[in-house]
Ligand binder design. Sequence first.
Ligand code: E4P
Length: 228
Amino acid sequence: MKFFLDTADLKEIEEAASWGCLAGVTTNPSLYAKIGGKLSDFENHIKRICDIVGPDCPVSAESVAMTRDEIIADGRRLAKIAPNVVVKIPTMVEGLAATKVLASEGIPVNMTLCFSVPQAILAARAGARYISPFIGRFDDISEDGLDQVENIVAAISNYDFSDATCNHEQVEIIAASVRSANHVTQCALMGADIATVPFPVLKKLVQHPLTDRGLESFMADWEKVKNA
Ligand code: E4P
C-alpha cells in the first residue's frame, strides 16, 4: 500500500515528505478552503505542492466544473501546472465523459466521490487512472465504508482496465475519507493500492504505546551500560 496525504496544507506536506514514505497528495475544494486558499492562487498553490513532493508523486487537483466540456477544459488547464498533476473529477455522467477524453490525451484522472462498485467499474472503463472510494462519509451515515472499499477492490481486480487508462497503466484504488488507523489497517488487508490520509491520522499511524515503552526501557538500560 502507498500513502498519499489528503491535505492542501504546505507545512503538513513538507513534514510528511521529509519522512520518506509519502507517495502522493490529494486535495479537494474543501481542503483548499480550509487553509484559506484564494481562487486566484489555486494553480500556484498546486504548483508549490508538486514542487515539494517531486515529479514522482502524483498530486490530485479537483475540477469544480459541472459540464463535460468545462471539466475537459479544466482538466487540460490543471494538467499544464506540472507533469505530476492528476485531475480529480467527481463520479457522475459528465465526469465519466470528460475522463474518457482526458485519458485519451494521456492526462491522468482520479475519479472521486465514488461510493459503489458500479460507479468504480464505470470510472475504470472511462479510463480513470485512480478511483477514490470514500470510507468515512459512509460511516457518517451509519453504513460501513470499509465494506464498499473491499467490494470495489475485489471487483476491479477481476478485470484488466489497462486498455482504458492513459499510458495503459492499471487503475489504482485510493481509499479516501480515511478517519482512523483502523481504516488504514483494514484497507491494507483488503489490498487497496493507496490510502490517502489526513496528516493527524498519518502521525497516529507511526505511533504505538509499546514502541514508546520499549524505547524508554532501551534508553534507560543504555544509561546503565554507559555508567557501568
Ligand atoms: C479524497 O481524495 C478526499 O479528498 C477526502 O479523502 C475526503 O475526505 P473527507 O470525507 O474526510 O472530507
